[in-house]
Design a protein around this ligand. Structure first.
Ligand code: SF4
Length: 638
């Protein structure tokens, strides 16, 4: 029998199945290390640089081991790619019989009950929603999976989506008339019977919680777990282990109660007026939080008269609604569902208003017309570790960006992983030949008021040398907007700015437009893959330190200070180093790519901590001379 390394060699089955397959020693070593971990039933953290081919490096040993496995990836897009593209190739090359299932969160599946509800309740909806509902109804009669992503004409953010998908709160479960045909439960049943289940981190974290509570886990009990894009886990787990209540949930409750009353208690006087009062109280609380989008620590505003008054009115309305619903909940399952939801929303708000927990930070996010009351754990290590231990599975954490100076402690400590085996493989790309790092000497401190003008002026000069073909990556929306305004008069290249169109649309426009320039913030620092010369230059404004005004970061800094630890060195710096590694990873995507990286934050050279950022970069040549950029492109584009 072949070893995983032999399978991935240039004479192995994968090379025979894939045109242009190139064997990489890093990939073979990673596959061997994972095979050993699976065989020895121990866990492993491994970082592999861009271009290693991590996906094949874990798929080969997983398929060869033939054990029950969960693979969790960062996004739905990666999940689809893994299931529809990579897995079939490896499965065919290895010729292994194995049942695999792609499982997504419930918000991706059509809810037959809610589709029927919206069609029959006669609610006023926009023309756009109406058109989408007609298409969804037609598709519902033919789909086997119920996965709304099959419906290419329905965008991710379509307003019709929340109307035809379920949430944990509004799902009727076994009480539902459509339970037998329900796509969510069918997919889960199938997943439990499969050898290999591909999920995303949201679903995996949700399964972790259900398993710990001892009921209704979604995924099969695995022998091994692969957590790809594992650098995202600390932040996602923090969000997942948080409790949150959004004003949208409250408004949905009001709307669903209206529907329930019209169907099951149309004779009840008084309820419509009470629902109007509750809706007004929700909107008044939103207004009390101010007009601008913001993230505010709850203890900083809870005493303000407008906030305290609006919150108390909302609690009063909800209490009345709760009493009313309790009295009539026996009349039907829709009313019963609304009563339960009202109960849990009321409990959350009441305890939120009066809580002084120290293990959690309470903070309010104000976004557009909505607000979110959040309660986030300051430290997730213990919770994550104990939930993961519940699987008793060999777990592989992998990503291109986990270590800081080859040290995994920052990553491992956040997740409570303790002592674990770790491995690092550098990228197989030849960065000495393929790339150049330019560190400008003349820019002011990034906190100085004249920084952004100086940055834009320099960026324009570099863009003329690279002929556009560049990403400008920013650490804040404000800097991006200012730069976009200033840049407009300085260059003639087509410019795409984050926020002007959805991310995927911006990226395809960028790929298709010659000499384009794209300005983006955090969502463009990772998960973006532009191969070839369309992207030949990445210009970064500042080292990506998180804003110290963020309530969760502030609480973590305070927490570490209380323990006598150094929050900057132990938390803020490693986070920023990993963030920079992600941003830099956009530049060189395959062995034929070449390009220039520009980091405009002088602190990378002037501060003692700057070396940690440099150490985190691939081994590329460094210059401080703008002429070298011209020479770099001239040598490659003769
Ligand atoms: S069981 Fe839940 S998700 Fe399934 S159709 Fe019924 S309400 Fe919708």
């Amino acid at each position: 029998m072949l070893t995983p390394a032999e399978v991935l060699s240039d004479t192995g089955p994968l090379a025979r199945h894939i045109d242009g397959f190139s064997a990489r020693i890093q990939q073979q070593e990673m596959a061997t290390a994972i095979a050993e971990a699976l065989h020895g039933h121990y866990s492993l953290i491994c970082e592999a640089g861009t271009g290693t081919g991590k996906t094949f490096a874990y798929l080969v040993p997983v398929l060869m081991a033939g054990r029950k496995t969960i693979i969790s990836t960062g996004t739905k897009h990666l999940q689809d790619q893994l299931f529809h593209k990579d897995l079939p190739v490896v499965r065919e090359a290895l010729n292994v019989p194995l049942t695999a299932m792609l499982l997504k969160g419930r918000a991706n599946y059509l809810c037959l009950h809610r589709l029927q509800l919206i069609e029959t309740e006669g609610r006023l909806v926009s023309k756009r929603i109406l058109t989408d509902l007609v298409k969804i109804r037609q598709w519902a009669t033919t789909t086997r999976s119920g996965d709304l992503n099959e419906l290419a004409i329905l965008p991710e953010d379509a307003a019709a989506r929340p109307l035809v998908t379920s949430t944990v709160e509004n799902c009727l479960g076994q009480e539902c008339d459509s339970f037998e045909d329900c796509f969510v439960f069918k997919a889960r049943r199938q997943a439990r019977e499969s050898d290999l289940v591909i999920v995303n981190h949201h679903l995996f974290l949700s399964d972790m919680s259900l398993r710990e509570q001892g009921f209704g886990e979604v995924l099969p009990a695995p022998d091994c777990i692969i957590l790809d894009e594992a650098h995202q886990l600390p932040e996602l787990a923090t969000t997942y282990f948080s409790q949150s209540l959004g004003s949208r949930q409250l408004l949905d409750l009001v709307q669903d109660t209206r529907t329930a009353v019209s169907r099951e208690a149309a004779d009840m006087p008084g309820l419509p007026a009470l629902l109007d009062t509750t809706e007004k109280a929700i909107r008044d609380l939103r207004l009390a939080f101010g007009m601008e989008d913001n993230r505010i620590t709850w203890s900083d505003i809870r005493e303000e008269a407008t906030v305290a008054g609006a919150l108390s009115s909302l609690l009063e309305s909800l209490q009345q609604l709760l009493d009313y619903l309790q009295a009539i909940s026996v009349r039907g399952k829709l009313l019963d569902n609304c009563w339960r939801r009202c109960n849990s929303l009321f409990d959350f708000i009441e305890s939120y208003a009066g809580s002084d927990a120290v293990d959690y930070v309470q903070w309010v996010e104000i976004r557009g017309r909505f607000f979110y009351l959040n309660q986030t754990p300051v430290d997730i290590a213990e919770t994550f570790q104990s939930r993961l231990a519940g699987y008793a599975a060999a777990t592989i954490f992998t990503s291109a960006t986990l270590a800081v100076d080859q040290d995994f402690r920052h990553f491992a400590n956040q997740l409570g992983l303790g002592e674990m085996q770790t491995r690092v493989w550098g990228s197989p790309f030849d960065y000495q030949q393929q790339a150049l790092l330019y560190l400008p000497e003349s820019l002011p401190d990034p906190r100085a008021p004249d920084f952004i003008e100086a940055f834009v002026e320099l960026a324009a000069r570099i863009l003329r040398l690279s002929k556009g073909r560049a990403f400008l990556l920013f650490t804040s929306h404000q800097a991006l907007q200012t730069a976009a305004g200033l840049l407009a008069g300085l260059i003639d290249f087509p410019v795409f700015v984050q926020g002007e169109a959805p991310r995927s649309e911006l990226l395809s426009s960028f790929r298709e437009t010659r000499h384009a320039v794209l300005l983006g913030t955090s969502s463009f620092w990772e998960g973006v893959d532009v191969k070839g010369q369309a992207l030949s230059c990445v210009i970064i404004d500042k080292l990506p330190f998180a804003s110290p005004d963020d309530p969760v970061l502030q609480a973590r800094i305070n927490h570490l200070n209380r323990q006598g630890r150094n929050p900057f060195m132990e938390y803020q710096l490693p986070q920023a180093v990993i963030g920079l590694k992600q941003g830099v990873g956009r530049l060189i995507r395959d062995a034929n790519d070449y390009g220039v990286l520009v980091i405009c934050d002088p602190r990378i050279s002037t501060k003692s901590y700057g070396r940690h950022f440099i150490n985190g970069l691939p081994p590329l040549p460094i210059t401080r001379d703008l002429d070298d950029i011209a020479a770099f492109f001239a040598a490659r584009e003769k």
